[in-house]
Design a protein around this ligand. Sequence first.
Ligand SMILES: Cc1ncc(COP(=O)(O)O)c(C=O)c1O
Length: 549
Amino acid sequence: MESATALYALCAVAFGAALPKVRSRLELSKAKHPSLRGHARIARRLAPLVPFYDYDDERFFRSDDASDETAARRRAGFHRLAALYRERYPETTRLTAQAEPGISDLQFINAYRVPFQYRRHVREHLGAGAFVASSSGVTVTDLDGNRFYDLTGSYGVNVFGYDFYKECIDRGCDRVRDLGPVLGAYHPLVADNVRRLLALSGQDEASFHMSGTEAVMQAVRLARYHTGRSHLVRFVGAYHGWWGDVQPGVGNPMPARDTYTLKDMHDDSLRVLRKRRDIACVLVNPLQGLHPNRNAPGDSALVDSSRGASFDREAYTDWLRRLRAVCTERGIVLIFDEVFLGFRLAPGGAQQYFGVHADIVTYGKTLGGGLPVGAVCGRRDLMRRFRDDQPTNICFARGTFNSHPYVMGAMNEFLQRLESPGVRSLYADLDAVWDGRAAALNRRLESAGLPVRVAHLSSVWTTYYTQPSRYNWMLQFYLRAEGLALSWVGTGRLVFSLNYTDADFEAVADRFVAAARAMREDGWWSPDAPATNASIRRRILWEMVARKR
Ligand SMILES: Cc1ncc(COP(=O)(O)O)c(C=O)c1O
């Protein structure tokens, strides 16, 4: 009897001791997004189970069971586009086909432009050219002399127009030519760059790196070093470069053991930040304000019309403020990853735009004035890489090409011009300008009865679709035929440079509407193949199951 009582007591003590752990585990589970995006480990396990299959010529045009008449319209439209591509882009396509076997990256992006079931047929007939010869104003010109309005934004680098960056590079190179490629010792421009960057970011110290990915790696490493904690928090769907710890899901062959991926804009996540003791830092990519908890909206994932996007500046600002408060309360390092958005929303970046001060900020892309760069700016105590009282306790980070004179020259031009009245005027009424342009295009799309809309965060846009369809990804090919250049992710990211005039924008809007009209005429949004997003997804699942059998 006595021993039974002792056992009960022991169990009660053990249970009591385990309870906080169980509770904390449950809280963590609650703060995960219910989708696979929120469960990186499961997503990685499931990914190899998805079988490859593709549609033959017949199925390609009626994977939604469209009528014979609709399938015939689609076929005619598709081959008309293919003929136009052949006639218009011969040299660009020829060189792309010749170079592709030797360029791994090109093989990858060409394979992931459209959902994989359609890939083979699209590649056979609508090969996208990967080469361009020149740029000017808001356009780029391919090897066949075709001019396209540039909506690629060069991965976000192009904020002020290509001519701006050409000048930054040319003048920057002139200014450092005497030193040339000497590394290790700094060119004097480094000091001026640091001064300007610290003034813009409101931070105490800076370090230079070769890419945005490296800047993020260093920011996280510093946060871990100074807090003595292991984990980083990122939010569902946010891209922070291709380093393993910030890419815990599909795409990284190894699990990211020290990463928590939490729901964006959600109290459950704040609760986890408040309770856990192992969190070193929170990484925020403010671009997620456009599509919280969703991945970058690439067309290869556009299997239905469930893509959603909308930016609510007030709600996102409120979220960042609350995040800021919790991080301060818990000694967690708040890192704004402004590699993509830095300098696009305001001269002082997302910090200025949202009125929230981070502990560390990462920059890259446009900051290099057209040359490759990454930068970390942060609070003095967090940027320190060694300890006075422990001489062998250091946080190492270098990199051969950090502070490369030519990059520093182009950066200096960039930072100087950022202060010029001409560039400052581009920021005036920025929201009003881009809100007005997006609203005008949406009005035109709506009044033409087209099932396409745009959502935007300032000059970064994404399209979404109002009628369930399996073929929305086709829009990228109609847009190209209309002379609009998109990056390989297709209609998910239209990135405008701020030098787009109203007339330039009108031309883009005309072409956008014309492309969507042509796509409708060709039957890709067919009323005779009614579906819901859920029924489309179910259908695809069945195709996969059938393939596995
Ligand atoms: C927010 C963000 N962080 C980091 C990176 C990585 O930068 P890079 O491609 O220069 O390594 C990117 C690139 O797109 C990005 O958008």
